[in-house]
Design a protein around this ligand. Structure first.
Ligand SMILES: [Zn+2]
Length: 298
């Protein structure tokens, strides 16, 4: 669902020095020279606090002059030191969104701490990561819950994202599941489970996953019929599907789906022995409207 990314290789503290040096010819040279040292301190604090907004608070001296920082991000000059850094971060090489795990190349760069409230981190590489439009539209300027707890996982610093952090529960009947539920892995500490829960609910991942689930489940029933027709062993084939999805990420949507199937003995028995519906009939029985009503519980 969420994928950990290797942190950018750029040294964010040195980058600030280089930016301030370049500002010496600019209009706001005195301002940037004055904040050079505290600005670098802010970057060091960000890295030490792993970007955690429970610890890091906005910096009044930067917020007051935020346009100066936003210009560095929004319209970097051709020869500016930050331009190649930002271009590198914008390289569209990922095949899934690190924030939600959905397949596809993420379109935008997200500021983990938003650039309007934390303008001093607007060009800080460890504060920037690719994100899909759907996640971006949900995240906006949010950082903390009403209780002051951080809402989002950090793709560079939350190392526990190397393991599977979200599980799927498939509700009966297995001929056409009436419910599905994503929930944080019970292998995580209580604190991390709560963080993962805030992340998936804040980004609306549970609702979005439902559409994927329906399609995957249809494929699963179709594949089960094929596996039986070919005289193959059900579990072995499901393991192959699972492993293929895992190559993308343990938190990819497909891996979470097949892990859930493989952990469910009753479902596997159903796939092995139950009468499988014709796919068209099944899809009809599985009306989206009826499911949507129950979806409130997801
Ligand atoms: Zn996303």
């Amino acid at each position: 669902m969420v994928t950990r990314l290797h942190p950018p290789t750029v040294d964010d503290v040195i980058l600030i020095d280089d930016v301030v040096d370049q500002r010496q010819q600019g209009r706001n040279s005195a301002y940037f020279e004055r904040i050079r040292t505290p600005w670098k301190m802010r970057i060091r604090n960000y890295i030490r606090a792993c970007g955690n907004p429970e610890v890091l608070v906005p910096w009044a001296d930067a917020v007051k002059f935020k346009t100066r920082f936003l210009t560095l991000y929004n319209s970097p000059k051709l020869n500016s030191v930050q331009k190649p850094v930002l271009e590198k971060l914008r390289e569209r090489t990922l095949q899934m969104c690190p924030a939600c795990g959905e397949d596809g190349t993420p379109n935008t760069l997200d500021h983990y701490l938003p650039k309007n409230s934390f303008p001093d981190f607007s060009i800080t590489a460890v504060n920037l990561s690719p994100m899909c439009d759907k996640c971006q539209g949900k995240k906006l300027e949010k950082v903390l819950s009403n209780d002051g707890e951080r809402l989002f996982l950090h793709p560079y610093f939350d190392e526990f994202l190397d393991q599977q952090v979200i599980n799927l529960r498939i509700g009966e009947p297995y001929s056409a599941p009436e419910s599905m539920e994503l929930y944080p892995s019970e292998a995580l500490s209580q604190e991390l489970q709560e963080l993962v829960f805030r992340h998936i609910t804040s980004l609306g991942i549970n609702i979005r996953y439902y559409h994927f689930f329906r399609e995957q489940y249809t494929h699963l029933l179709g594949s089960a019929a094929d596996i039986r027709d070919a005289g193959l062993e059900m579990r072995q084939q499901l393991v192959l599907f699972r492993n293929k999805a895992r190559r993308k990420s343990v938190n990819s949507w497909g891996h979470i789906f097949y892990e859930s199937v493989l952990a469910n003995e009753e479902l596997i028995l159903h796939l092995e022995t139950a009468e499988l519906p014709e796919l068209e009939a099944w899809a009809q029985a599985y009306k989206e409207e009826a499911f949507a009503e129950r979806r409130g519980a997801v």
